[in-house]
Design a protein around this ligand. Structure first.
Ligand SMILES: Cc1cc2nc3c(=O)[nH]c(=O)nc-3n(C[C@H](O)[C@H](O)[C@H](O)COP(=O)(O)OP(=O)(O)OC[C@H]3O[C@@H](n4cnc5c(N)ncnc54)[C@H](O)[C@@H]3O)c2cc1C
Length: 518
């Protein structure tokens, strides 16, 4: 017999060996020897009150063994001689499109502009140390896409769009910790993600798929509104009838290409702002009601904040407890920041994007002449402004949080995790009013919600501009571009995902769509 229970465990109890067994037996009014095992189904932390509680949902196995295997299987077939589906981009969308193709009996041929995870590391070092951005291999481009050197946070709001559990199980199948199946806010960590991504690539190749790195796609050959070939950076042409376009939100050359070829794209609303960095102990003390060090049983604390300011949302985005701010530009001449964390989230800083919602229909009047590329151009200009204000390297412009809000240049800045370094700059005056003024009001409200958040010990760093795509690529109910047969816009670049899990789910869906009638 299996009984599901909700158990509440305080931090003192958590230190007791077999506490879940003890509590389950008490709860069921039975002897402990009757219980053959306990499987944790869900774990979350309730830190709303000073007495912190760990909430467990458990399955208690009574007189029957705990099953060892997952109910999910991945039925990969040899597809080496099967019909091909071409996939452009090897981020989460491209990776999961490729895996799904194999399950469906088609051969994925992946074309990725960046390098494999190992070689990509060298280019990340060059950005951090030499301030040089390789425009094909950086924090956004390369094996695993923008998700590889990230926090690997896996929560998604897209629960209706697909089977989230299947994606999690597949990540575990490829080497992620099975803790992600249990945690209410699962994450993998940037030190573990490269191995998972490499294992996915190895599965694809083992079953007969192909993955080509340093293979940038520069054009699509179209006849009678049907795709028939892909052109590569060296002008080689690959015949292709089904192409999943999973190039992410930073592949501006792809947006320009589609626009120049008169293949419909649309301006999309998105959000931009800054990244704020606090010492982790400040966030811990606010969230866990403690002074000094947090209890060792607790992870680095996170937060999620949202405030309506002048009828638009100002909110925290991609919060990285115990993490690092990273330079996420994809070209020289721009500064873009984002965040990542190692699996243990044990760095001394907590950072988060704090961004303002921007509406593509009304917020860019001076950019109207850019047509569907107006939001992209606005984003680009802000990134160039950050580059100039940072001193024309990957050094990022920054200000103490209190100075940003009170409108004065910072005399000096706090220590930071951002490796290329920070330069004091008057972000309060440099950012467009639409962003700067709403951010300042948002931060004030956050300081009210989290006492201690508004502090001179925090820096704001510019600019957080790649929250989602400023362009979307339309598709019909068959997930095909309405004008071009055989072209399947996919993942975050198309506007169909907003993170690792939703991109992976969209990749699977696009593979299923591309396989129809092949
Ligand atoms: C630093 C950082 C941290 C993040 N942290 C998280 C997080 O913790 N949790 C989360 O859910 N999301 C996070 N994100 C966002 C997440 O990574 C993206 O939402 C997700 O990767 C989108 O997946 P995708 O496959 O659609 O696109 P991408 O991951 O952007 O992949 C697109 C791929 O296409 C390739 N490509 C582009 N153009 C071409 C071309 N012309 N030819 C061939 N290949 C091309 C690129 O090199 C890239 O590898 C983070 C992003 C960054 C940058």
């Amino acid at each position: 017999m299996i009984k599901e229970l909700q158990l509440r465990v305080n931090l003192k109890e958590e230190e007791t060996p077999n506490i879940l067994l003890i509590k389950s037996a008490e709860n069921l009014g039975m002897s402990r020897d009757k219980i053959s095992g306990i499987k944790v189904l869900r774990k979350s932390i309730d830190a709303r009150k000073p007495k912190i509680i760990l909430n467990y949902k458990v399955a208690v196995y009574i007189d029957e063994p705990v099953p060892k295997t997952s109910e999910y299987t991945f039925d990969y077939k040899d597809v080496s001689k099967a019909k091909p589906i071409h996939i452009v981009g090897f981020g989460p969308a491209g990776m999961y499109a490729a895996l799904r193709c194999i399950e469906l009996g088609f051969k994925p041929i992946v074309l990725e502009r960046g390098k494999n995870v190992q070689d990509r590391r060298r280019d990340l070092r060059a950005i951090n140390q030499d301030h040089f951005v390789n425009e094909d291999s950086n924090y956004c481009f390369g094996e695993g896409g923008a998700g590889t050197y990230s926090d690997g946070k896996l929560y998604t709001r897209s629960l209706k769009r697909g089977d989230v559990r299947r994606i999690f199980e597949n990540l575990v199948f490829h080497g992620a910790t099975d803790q992600i199946l249990v945690d209410a806010h699962p994450h993998i960590g940037t030190n573990k993600l490269p191995k998972v991504v490499q294992n996915i690539r190895e599965t694809i190749i083992k079953y007969g798929g192909e993955v080509h790195f340093e293979t940038r796609v520069i054009d699509f050959k179209i006849k009678n509104n049907k795709i028939h070939a892909i052109q590569l950076w060296n002008n080689a042409e690959l015949p292709a009838t089904r192409v999943i376009l999973a190039t992410g939100h930073s592949a501006r050359d792809i947006f320009y290409l589609l626009h120049n070829k008169k293949i419909a794209i649309e301006a999309k609303s998105f959000a931009m702002g800054v990244r704020v960095e606090h010492p982790q102990h400040i966030i811990d003390s606010i969230q866990y009601h403690c002074s000094g060090k947090r209890n060792e049983l607790l992870p680095a604390a996170s937060y999620s904040l949202v405030q309506q300011v002048n009828n638009r949302g100002v909110y925290s985005f991609c919060m990285c407890p115990g993490g690092f701010i990273v330079p996420a530009a994809t070209a020289n001449g721009e500064v873009v920041v984002n965040g990542m964390s190692p699996s243990r989230r044990n760095n001394q800083f907590a950072n988060s994007g704090i961004v303002v919602e921007l509406n593509a229909a009304k917020d860019f009047p001076k950019y109207e002449h850019f047509g569907v590329l107006k939001a992209l151009q606005y984003q680009k200009d802000l990134e160039r402004l950050a580059f100039t204000a940072g001193g024309r390297t990957q050094t990022a412009p920054a200000q103490r949080l209190t100075d940003f809000i009170e409108g004065r240049l910072s005399v000096d800045l706090n220590p930071t995790s951002y490796q290329p370094g920070l330069k004091s700059a008057p972000l309060h005056a440099l950012l467009p009013k639409l962003i700067g003024s709403n951010l300042r009001q948002g931060f004030k409200a956050f300081g009210e919600k989290m006492k201690g958040y508004y502090t001179a010990e925090a820096n704001v760093v510019g600019v957080e501009s790649r929250t989602s795509s400023p362009v979307s690529i339309p598709r019909n109910e068959n997930l095909e571009h309405p004008q071009i047969k055989g072209l399947f816009p996919c993942g975050e670049g198309g506007g169909y995902a907003g993170g690792i899990v939703s991109a992976a789910m969209d990749g699977e869906r696009c593979a299923e769509a591309a396989a129809v009638g092949l």
